[in-house]
Design a protein around this ligand. Structure first.
Ligand code: NAD
Length: 484
């Protein structure tokens, strides 16, 4: 059977890209091409933006209650197709079916929160700011927004933005990752069924040139980006230089501080899920354990034991606990980091290289890997590996752990495991990271909170999700009134 080239969704219609250039979308477990994704042209971006601009005036005047109802319909459509969507996530991304279900659930939660737009979008007022003068702040949508998304959460990440952009009365253009574009293609088929006016949402497939055309397009008012740090920086500087709002979430290096009074079993379990869930391809994945004092030896043993038992395989097999990484290039990058770590003096406690899944010889599999005796200056501690590799450093005390963590150029997430309120508070107060976990391995903000991130993990000021994203998608207009 031939594979199909997926289409763009522009002005309420599915249209084939005229670019003539396309890439294979590969199932990372089987190594097989499952579709082709077009690399759309600047003209196709322009067509989507023009359609979104034309749709904007009418959509912004549509009552927020009506826009909220569209969110209810979208939620219903996703719920009805929940299993199919989860399966598509596995096929194009590689994660396990349970992880995919968790991700689709997170996407739905964002639609649910956006359905509260009649309340979320309210302004505020104060009477008598001066004699006989009243003042109010109203929120208004701005126009066309776009989002550029990564491969690792193909259902969820675009939904940190899309539901809120649409519910606030803006119109929207999405470019999913060219490595994992199929989930959003299916989601847009569902969006097509919920009767939004043509042009309110548009889907344009492609890679960096397609994204660049969005960043430079004068019709786009703001850009939401999630991906690696070098690209996040580029998107931020380019978008702002073109007069756009920008919120750009970048890469990560997340440290897990384990105090001597941590609850050992639960801590080891939480760290294992954090480091090896999604095959380590999570921007919130724990990457370096900072074990304080005596907990180091027993923790190390538990971590190796738990990681060694993880079953690596195809995510659609219900017995699989860890799927493949996204591509041969990712596999090579991860393997190189492990080799470099060993060369730098770290000790391999568990080596995932060479793990094979006999049923799927073409898959990008690598097993959980644990490197002990790591040191702060090593690349395995400094840089984002984005794979199932956990490094361990023994430290003397909390201060040493905090200093190593805060020295990182990244500031996405981190956790402390402890039974002490004092250390938990110190960590919360002094950690230079945007998402803080206290006895939590993956500090993932739920939809009604913003997704944090600091330093080289975030460029901008208003984050995705929560009240931040409502601010990002609205102009706060101030009205001062006096009647003679
Ligand atoms: P990536 O940066 O390679 O690609 C992300 C998106 O940017 C894709 O849509 C891609 O087409 C586009 N792109 C690539 N080069 C571009 C360029 N020069 N100009 C404009 N657009 C360009 O990231 P990825 O490999 O898909 O995703 C993994 C990365 O995303 C990791 O670094 C991970 O930490 C990060 N991430 C961060 C968060 C967060 O919330 N901070 C969440 C998920 C993933």
């Amino acid at each position: 059977m031939g594979i199909t080239t997926i289409e763009n969704y522009i002005d309420g219609e599915w249209v084939a890209s005229a670019s003539g250039q396309a890439l294979d979308v590969i199932n990372p477990a089987t190594g097989e091409a499952i579709a082709r994704v077009p690399l759309s042209t600047a003209a196709e971006v322009d067509a989507a933006v023009q359609s979104a601009q034309e749709a904007f005036e009418e959509w912004r005047e549509t009552p927020p209650y009506t826009r909220a109802r569209a969110m209810f319909r979208l939620k219903g459509a996703i719920e009805e197709n929940f299993e199919e969507l989860s399966r598509i996530v596995v096929e194009e991304n590689g994660k396990t079916i349970d992880e995919a279900r968790g991700e689709v659930r997170r996407a739905i939660e964002n639609v649910e929160v956006a359905a509260g737009i009649p309340s979320l979008m309210m302004g505020y007022n104060l009477e008598d700011v001066a004699t006989n003068i009243d003042e109010e702040a109203v929120r208004q949508p701005l126009g066309v927004f776009c989002a550029i998304a990564p491969f690792n959460f193909p259902a969820m990440v675009p939904f940190w933005f899309l539901p809120y952009a649409v519910a606030t009365g803006n119109t929207f253009v999405l470019k999913p990752s060219e490595q994992a574009p199929l989930t959003q293609t299916r989601l847009f088929e569902l969006i097509d069924e919920i009767d939004l006016p043509p042009g309110v949402v548009n889907l344009v497939h492609g890679g960096k040139d397609t994204a660049q055309a969005m960043l430079e397009h004068p019709g786009i008012r703001g850009v939401s980006f999630v991906g690696s740090t070098p690209v996040a920086k580029h998107v931020y500087t380019t978008a702002t230089a073109h007069g756009k709002r920008a919120q750009c979430q970048g890469g990560a290096k997340n440290f897990l501080v384990v105090m001597p009074d941590a609850v050992l079993d639960k801590t080891a379990g939480a760290i294992t899920t954090s480091a090896f869930g999604n095959a380590g391809q999570r921007c919130l994945a724990g990457s370096v354990v900072l074990a304080v004092g005596d907990i180091y030896e027993p923790l190390k043993e538990r971590l190796v034991e738990a990681a060694r038992g993880l079953k690596v395989g195809y995510g659609l097999d219900p017995a699989t606990q860890m799927g493949p990484v996204i591509s041969p290039a990712a596999l090579e990058r991860i393997t190189n980091y492990i080799e470099q770590g060993v060369q730098d003096g770290a000790k391999l406690l568990l080596d995932g290289r060479g793990v094979s899944v006999p049923e799927y010889p073409g898959g990008c599999f690598i097993g959980p890997t644990i490197l002990d005796e790591a040191a702060p200056e090593m690349s395995i501690v400094q840089e984002e590996i984005f794979g199932p590799v956990l490094s361990i450093i023994q430290v003397d005390d909390f201060e040493e752990a905090l200093a190593i963590m805060n020295n990182s150029r990244y500031g996405n997430a981190g956790s402390i495991f402890t039974s002490s309120g004092k250390w938990a508070r110190e960590f919360k107060y002094r950690a230079q990271i945007g998402n803080v976990g206290i006895n939590i391995g993956i500090a993932a903000p739920i939809a009604s909170f913003p997704f944090g991130g600091m330093k080289d993990s975030f460029f901008g000021d208003l984050h995705g999700q929560g009240p931040d994203v409502i601010n990002f998608y609205t102009e706060r207009k101030i009205v001062i009134t006096r009647w003679f």
